[in-house]
Design a binder for this molecule. Structure first.
Ligand SMILES: Cc1nc2ccc(C(=O)NCC(C)C)cc2n2c(-c3cc(OC(C)(C)C)ccc3Cl)nnc12
Ligand SMILES: [Mg+2]
Ligand SMILES: [Zn+2]
Length: 317
Protein backbone atom coordinates (compact mmCIF):
# COMPACT_ATOMS: atom_id res chain seq x y z
CA UNK A 1 0.00 0.00 0.00
CA UNK A 2 2.53 2.54 -1.19
CA UNK A 3 1.43 5.63 -3.10
CA UNK A 4 1.56 5.27 -6.92
CA UNK A 5 2.94 8.83 -7.15
CA UNK A 6 5.89 7.87 -4.94
CA UNK A 7 6.45 4.73 -7.03
CA UNK A 8 6.32 6.76 -10.22
CA UNK A 9 8.76 9.48 -9.13
CA UNK A 10 11.18 6.94 -7.66
CA UNK A 11 10.95 4.91 -10.90
CA UNK A 12 11.71 7.84 -13.16
CA UNK A 13 14.33 9.81 -11.26
CA UNK A 14 17.98 9.67 -12.36
CA UNK A 15 19.98 7.44 -10.03
CA UNK A 16 23.06 9.34 -8.73
CA UNK A 17 26.42 7.66 -8.15
CA UNK A 18 27.02 7.12 -4.38
CA UNK A 19 29.86 9.67 -4.38
CA UNK A 20 27.27 12.31 -5.41
CA UNK A 21 25.42 11.67 -2.13
CA UNK A 22 28.65 12.05 -0.15
CA UNK A 23 32.28 12.12 -1.28
CA UNK A 24 33.11 9.68 1.56
CA UNK A 25 30.13 7.34 0.92
CA UNK A 26 32.40 4.32 0.40
CA UNK A 27 34.73 5.03 3.35
CA UNK A 28 34.38 3.02 6.58
CA UNK A 29 34.85 6.34 8.46
CA UNK A 30 31.70 7.75 6.83
CA UNK A 31 28.62 8.07 9.05
CA UNK A 32 25.57 7.01 6.98
CA UNK A 33 23.21 8.63 9.50
CA UNK A 34 24.52 11.98 8.19
CA UNK A 35 22.38 11.45 5.06
CA UNK A 36 18.95 13.01 5.63
CA UNK A 37 16.17 10.40 5.92
CA UNK A 38 14.34 11.86 2.89
CA UNK A 39 17.34 10.98 0.70
CA UNK A 40 17.77 7.41 1.95
CA UNK A 41 15.50 5.82 -0.68
CA UNK A 42 17.62 7.48 -3.38
CA UNK A 43 20.65 6.16 -1.48
CA UNK A 44 19.23 2.64 -1.76
CA UNK A 45 18.69 2.99 -5.54
CA UNK A 46 22.22 4.37 -5.83
CA UNK A 47 23.66 1.33 -4.02
CA UNK A 48 21.55 -1.16 -6.03
CA UNK A 49 22.85 0.49 -9.20
CA UNK A 50 26.48 0.76 -8.14
CA UNK A 51 26.48 -2.89 -7.00
CA UNK A 52 25.21 -3.73 -10.49
CA UNK A 53 22.14 -5.49 -9.04
CA UNK A 54 19.66 -3.72 -11.35
CA UNK A 55 21.20 -5.07 -14.54
CA UNK A 56 22.45 -8.43 -13.17
CA UNK A 57 18.97 -9.31 -11.84
CA UNK A 58 17.06 -7.38 -14.52
CA UNK A 59 15.08 -5.55 -11.87
CA UNK A 60 12.46 -3.23 -13.37
CA UNK A 61 12.67 0.33 -12.06
CA UNK A 62 9.03 0.35 -10.93
CA UNK A 63 9.50 -2.98 -9.05
CA UNK A 64 12.63 -1.65 -7.34
CA UNK A 65 10.83 1.60 -6.40
CA UNK A 66 7.85 -0.34 -5.00
CA UNK A 67 10.20 -2.67 -3.11
CA UNK A 68 12.22 0.01 -1.27
CA UNK A 69 9.06 2.01 -0.51
CA UNK A 70 7.37 -1.10 0.96
CA UNK A 71 10.42 -2.01 3.02
CA UNK A 72 10.67 1.52 4.46
CA UNK A 73 6.93 1.44 5.23
CA UNK A 74 7.38 -1.95 6.88
CA UNK A 75 9.42 -0.38 9.68
CA UNK A 76 7.76 1.09 12.76
CA UNK A 77 9.17 4.04 14.61
CA UNK A 78 10.89 2.92 17.82
CA UNK A 79 13.94 5.02 18.79
CA UNK A 80 16.53 2.63 17.31
CA UNK A 81 15.03 -0.29 15.35
CA UNK A 82 13.49 1.95 12.67
CA UNK A 83 14.11 2.52 8.94
CA UNK A 84 17.30 4.52 9.55
CA UNK A 85 18.78 1.45 11.32
CA UNK A 86 17.95 -0.72 8.28
CA UNK A 87 19.38 1.88 5.90
CA UNK A 88 22.66 2.24 7.84
CA UNK A 89 22.98 -1.57 8.06
CA UNK A 90 22.58 -1.85 4.28
CA UNK A 91 25.00 1.05 3.72
CA UNK A 92 27.72 -0.81 5.68
CA UNK A 93 26.96 -3.92 3.63
CA UNK A 94 27.59 -1.84 0.48
CA UNK A 95 30.94 -0.71 1.94
CA UNK A 96 31.91 -4.30 2.84
CA UNK A 97 31.15 -5.55 -0.67
CA UNK A 98 33.23 -2.74 -2.20
CA UNK A 99 36.14 -2.54 0.27
CA UNK A 100 36.56 -6.28 1.01
CA UNK A 101 35.99 -7.22 -2.64
CA UNK A 102 33.40 -9.78 -1.54
CA UNK A 103 32.60 -10.77 -5.12
CA UNK A 104 35.82 -12.83 -4.89
CA UNK A 105 34.52 -14.74 -1.84
CA UNK A 106 30.77 -15.17 -2.43
CA UNK A 107 28.39 -15.71 -5.38
CA UNK A 108 26.49 -12.74 -6.73
CA UNK A 109 23.17 -14.25 -5.59
CA UNK A 110 24.58 -14.52 -2.03
CA UNK A 111 25.69 -10.87 -2.07
CA UNK A 112 22.31 -9.81 -3.44
CA UNK A 113 20.51 -11.81 -0.69
CA UNK A 114 22.83 -10.30 1.95
CA UNK A 115 22.13 -6.72 0.85
CA UNK A 116 18.35 -7.27 0.64
CA UNK A 117 18.44 -9.02 4.05
CA UNK A 118 20.13 -5.94 5.55
CA UNK A 119 17.25 -3.77 4.35
CA UNK A 120 14.56 -6.23 5.57
CA UNK A 121 16.09 -7.80 8.70
CA UNK A 122 14.25 -5.81 11.38
CA UNK A 123 10.98 -5.16 9.50
CA UNK A 124 8.08 -4.70 11.90
CA UNK A 125 10.45 -4.54 14.91
CA UNK A 126 8.34 -3.22 17.78
CA UNK A 127 11.24 -1.96 19.83
CA UNK A 128 10.89 -4.94 22.09
CA UNK A 129 11.84 -8.25 20.48
CA UNK A 130 12.21 -8.39 16.74
CA UNK A 131 9.40 -10.07 14.88
CA UNK A 132 10.72 -10.71 11.40
CA UNK A 133 8.02 -13.00 10.11
CA UNK A 134 7.14 -13.66 6.50
CA UNK A 135 6.93 -9.89 6.23
CA UNK A 136 9.97 -10.23 3.98
CA UNK A 137 8.02 -12.53 1.63
CA UNK A 138 5.46 -9.89 0.71
CA UNK A 139 7.99 -7.11 0.12
CA UNK A 140 10.22 -9.48 -1.82
CA UNK A 141 7.28 -10.33 -4.08
CA UNK A 142 7.31 -6.65 -5.03
CA UNK A 143 10.91 -6.99 -6.16
CA UNK A 144 10.08 -9.78 -8.58
CA UNK A 145 7.72 -8.31 -11.16
CA UNK A 146 5.16 -11.05 -11.76
CA UNK A 147 5.26 -11.22 -15.56
CA UNK A 148 7.82 -13.92 -16.48
CA UNK A 149 10.49 -12.64 -14.15
CA UNK A 150 13.97 -13.95 -14.93
CA UNK A 151 14.35 -14.37 -11.19
CA UNK A 152 13.36 -18.05 -11.09
CA UNK A 153 15.92 -18.15 -8.28
CA UNK A 154 13.37 -16.15 -6.20
CA UNK A 155 13.08 -19.21 -3.91
CA UNK A 156 16.89 -19.41 -3.61
CA UNK A 157 17.04 -15.74 -2.54
CA UNK A 158 14.27 -16.35 0.02
CA UNK A 159 16.09 -19.41 1.40
CA UNK A 160 19.34 -17.45 1.67
CA UNK A 161 17.53 -14.54 3.35
CA UNK A 162 15.99 -16.80 6.00
CA UNK A 163 19.45 -18.09 7.01
CA UNK A 164 20.98 -14.62 6.89
CA UNK A 165 18.27 -12.86 8.93
CA UNK A 166 18.50 -15.68 11.51
CA UNK A 167 22.05 -14.44 12.10
CA UNK A 168 20.73 -11.20 13.62
CA UNK A 169 19.45 -13.14 16.61
CA UNK A 170 21.95 -12.99 19.46
CA UNK A 171 21.38 -16.59 20.54
CA UNK A 172 22.07 -17.83 17.01
CA UNK A 173 25.22 -15.70 16.85
CA UNK A 174 26.59 -17.17 20.08
CA UNK A 175 25.67 -20.65 18.86
CA UNK A 176 27.86 -20.43 15.74
CA UNK A 177 30.68 -18.36 17.30
CA UNK A 178 32.93 -21.41 17.76
CA UNK A 179 32.54 -22.31 14.06
CA UNK A 180 33.26 -18.70 13.07
CA UNK A 181 36.47 -18.73 15.13
CA UNK A 182 37.54 -22.03 13.62
CA UNK A 183 36.87 -20.70 10.10
CA UNK A 184 38.78 -17.44 10.73
CA UNK A 185 41.76 -19.30 12.24
CA UNK A 186 41.95 -21.91 9.45
CA UNK A 187 41.20 -19.42 6.66
CA UNK A 188 38.00 -19.03 4.66
CA UNK A 189 37.33 -21.84 2.16
CA UNK A 190 34.94 -20.54 -0.50
CA UNK A 191 34.38 -24.05 -1.85
CA UNK A 192 32.86 -25.09 1.50
CA UNK A 193 29.10 -24.52 1.71
CA UNK A 194 29.34 -24.33 5.52
CA UNK A 195 32.02 -21.62 5.33
CA UNK A 196 29.89 -19.62 2.90
CA UNK A 197 26.84 -19.82 5.18
CA UNK A 198 28.94 -18.91 8.23
CA UNK A 199 30.60 -16.02 6.42
CA UNK A 200 27.19 -14.66 5.41
CA UNK A 201 26.10 -14.80 9.07
CA UNK A 202 29.27 -13.00 10.22
CA UNK A 203 28.83 -10.33 7.53
CA UNK A 204 25.18 -9.82 8.54
CA UNK A 205 26.09 -9.43 12.21
CA UNK A 206 28.91 -7.04 11.23
CA UNK A 207 26.38 -4.91 9.33
CA UNK A 208 23.81 -5.04 12.16
CA UNK A 209 26.40 -3.72 14.63
CA UNK A 210 28.03 -1.27 12.23
CA UNK A 211 26.95 1.82 14.18
CA UNK A 212 29.73 0.80 16.61
CA UNK A 213 32.33 1.05 13.83
CA UNK A 214 31.70 4.72 13.13
CA UNK A 215 33.33 7.78 14.77
CA UNK A 216 32.50 8.40 18.43
CA UNK A 217 29.80 11.00 17.85
CA UNK A 218 27.72 8.38 16.02
CA UNK A 219 28.32 5.77 18.72
CA UNK A 220 27.26 8.18 21.45
CA UNK A 221 24.05 9.16 19.63
CA UNK A 222 23.17 5.53 18.89
CA UNK A 223 23.65 4.53 22.53
CA UNK A 224 21.08 7.16 23.51
CA UNK A 225 18.61 5.66 21.00
CA UNK A 226 19.27 2.05 22.08
CA UNK A 227 18.75 2.79 25.77
CA UNK A 228 15.72 4.94 25.07
CA UNK A 229 14.25 1.81 23.47
CA UNK A 230 15.50 -0.55 26.19
CA UNK A 231 14.23 1.72 28.98
CA UNK A 232 10.74 2.04 27.53
CA UNK A 233 10.61 -1.77 27.36
CA UNK A 234 11.70 -1.77 31.01
CA UNK A 235 9.00 0.78 31.89
CA UNK A 236 6.42 -1.44 30.19
CA UNK A 237 7.58 -4.48 32.18
CA UNK A 238 7.44 -2.47 35.43
CA UNK A 239 3.89 -1.36 34.60
CA UNK A 240 3.04 -5.07 34.49
CA UNK A 241 4.60 -5.55 37.92
CA UNK A 242 7.74 -7.21 36.49
CA UNK A 243 11.32 -6.24 37.40
CA UNK A 244 13.27 -5.66 34.15
CA UNK A 245 16.95 -6.64 33.78
CA UNK A 246 19.37 -3.80 34.68
CA UNK A 247 20.07 -3.08 30.98
CA UNK A 248 16.39 -2.12 30.59
CA UNK A 249 15.93 -0.43 33.96
CA UNK A 250 16.49 3.33 33.74
CA UNK A 251 17.02 3.46 37.51
CA UNK A 252 19.78 0.85 37.56
CA UNK A 253 21.46 0.79 34.13
CA UNK A 254 25.10 1.94 34.09
CA UNK A 255 25.33 2.75 30.40
CA UNK A 256 29.11 3.16 29.99
CA UNK A 257 29.77 -0.11 31.83
CA UNK A 258 27.05 -1.91 29.82
CA UNK A 259 28.45 -0.61 26.54
CA UNK A 260 32.01 -1.58 27.47
CA UNK A 261 30.74 -5.08 28.20
CA UNK A 262 28.76 -5.28 24.94
CA UNK A 263 31.69 -4.02 22.82
CA UNK A 264 34.10 -6.38 24.60
CA UNK A 265 32.00 -9.53 24.46
CA UNK A 266 29.86 -9.07 21.35
CA UNK A 267 30.95 -6.35 18.90
CA UNK A 268 34.78 -6.44 19.04
CA UNK A 269 35.03 -10.23 18.56
CA UNK A 270 32.85 -9.95 15.44
CA UNK A 271 35.11 -7.36 13.74
CA UNK A 272 38.31 -9.11 14.90
CA UNK A 273 37.11 -12.29 13.19
CA UNK A 274 36.34 -10.26 10.05
CA UNK A 275 39.83 -8.70 10.21
CA UNK A 276 41.42 -12.17 10.38
CA UNK A 277 39.85 -12.99 6.99
CA UNK A 278 39.87 -9.58 5.28
CA UNK A 279 42.83 -7.22 5.77
CA UNK A 280 40.80 -3.97 5.11
CA UNK A 281 38.48 -4.86 8.02
CA UNK A 282 41.30 -4.17 10.52
CA UNK A 283 40.45 -0.45 10.27
CA UNK A 284 36.89 -1.21 11.34
CA UNK A 285 37.91 -3.31 14.35
CA UNK A 286 40.28 -0.50 15.42
CA UNK A 287 37.45 2.03 15.43
CA UNK A 288 35.28 -0.20 17.61
CA UNK A 289 38.23 -0.40 20.00
CA UNK A 290 38.56 3.42 19.96
CA UNK A 291 34.88 3.69 20.87
CA UNK A 292 35.35 1.21 23.73
CA UNK A 293 38.27 3.30 25.01
CA UNK A 294 36.02 6.36 24.88
CA UNK A 295 33.41 4.64 27.06
CA UNK A 296 36.19 3.68 29.51
CA UNK A 297 37.30 7.32 29.75
CA UNK A 298 33.70 8.33 30.55
CA UNK A 299 33.30 5.50 33.02
CA UNK A 300 36.48 6.59 34.85
CA UNK A 301 35.31 10.23 34.85
CA UNK A 302 32.04 9.18 36.46
CA UNK A 303 33.90 7.08 39.04
CA UNK A 304 36.12 10.12 39.80
CA UNK A 305 33.04 12.22 40.30
CA UNK A 306 31.58 9.27 42.22
CA UNK A 307 28.55 11.36 43.18
CA UNK A 308 27.52 11.60 39.48
CA UNK A 309 24.66 9.27 38.55
CA UNK A 310 25.60 6.85 35.75
CA UNK A 311 22.33 7.32 33.95
CA UNK A 312 23.11 10.90 32.77
CA UNK A 313 23.05 10.74 28.94
CA UNK A 314 25.04 13.91 28.21
CA UNK A 315 28.51 12.39 28.33
CA UNK A 316 31.59 14.63 28.52
CA UNK A 317 33.72 14.37 25.36
C1 LIG B 1 25.01 -0.61 20.85
C2 LIG B 1 24.29 -1.87 21.22
N1 LIG B 1 24.24 -2.21 22.50
C3 LIG B 1 23.61 -3.34 22.90
C4 LIG B 1 23.58 -3.68 24.27
C5 LIG B 1 22.96 -4.86 24.68
C6 LIG B 1 22.36 -5.68 23.72
C7 LIG B 1 21.69 -6.94 24.12
O1 LIG B 1 20.81 -7.41 23.42
N2 LIG B 1 22.17 -7.52 25.23
C8 LIG B 1 21.62 -8.81 25.67
C9 LIG B 1 22.75 -9.66 26.26
C10 LIG B 1 22.21 -11.07 26.42
C11 LIG B 1 23.96 -9.66 25.34
C12 LIG B 1 22.36 -5.36 22.36
C13 LIG B 1 22.99 -4.20 21.94
N3 LIG B 1 23.05 -3.85 20.60
C14 LIG B 1 22.60 -4.40 19.43
C15 LIG B 1 21.85 -5.64 19.19
C16 LIG B 1 22.51 -6.74 18.59
C17 LIG B 1 21.78 -7.92 18.35
O2 LIG B 1 22.29 -9.05 17.80
C18 LIG B 1 23.48 -9.20 17.03
C19 LIG B 1 23.46 -8.29 15.83
C20 LIG B 1 23.49 -10.64 16.60
C21 LIG B 1 24.70 -8.92 17.89
C22 LIG B 1 20.43 -8.02 18.65
C23 LIG B 1 19.80 -6.93 19.23
C24 LIG B 1 20.50 -5.75 19.48
CL1 LIG B 1 19.68 -4.39 20.19
N4 LIG B 1 22.96 -3.61 18.42
N5 LIG B 1 23.62 -2.55 18.90
C25 LIG B 1 23.69 -2.70 20.25
MG1 LIG C 1 17.19 -7.51 15.06
ZN1 LIG D 1 19.14 -4.85 13.38
Amino acid sequence: KVSPDDVQSLSQCDIPHPRMLDADFIQFSYAPRSLHEDKTLLGCLSMFEDLNFISRWRIRRDSLARFVLMVKKGYRNPPYHNWMHAYTVAQFCYQLIKNLKLEESLDDIELFALFVSCLCHDIDHRGTNNSFQNASKSVLAALYSSEGSVLEDYQQVLDLMRDIVLATDLAHHFKILKQLREMAERGYDKSSLKDRKNLLCLLMTSCDLSDQTRPWDNTKKVAALIYKEFFSQGDMEKSKGLQPIDMMDRERAQIPALQIGFLDHVALPVYKLLGMMFEPAHEVADRVNDNKNHWEKISNLIKLKRGGSQVRMTFEE
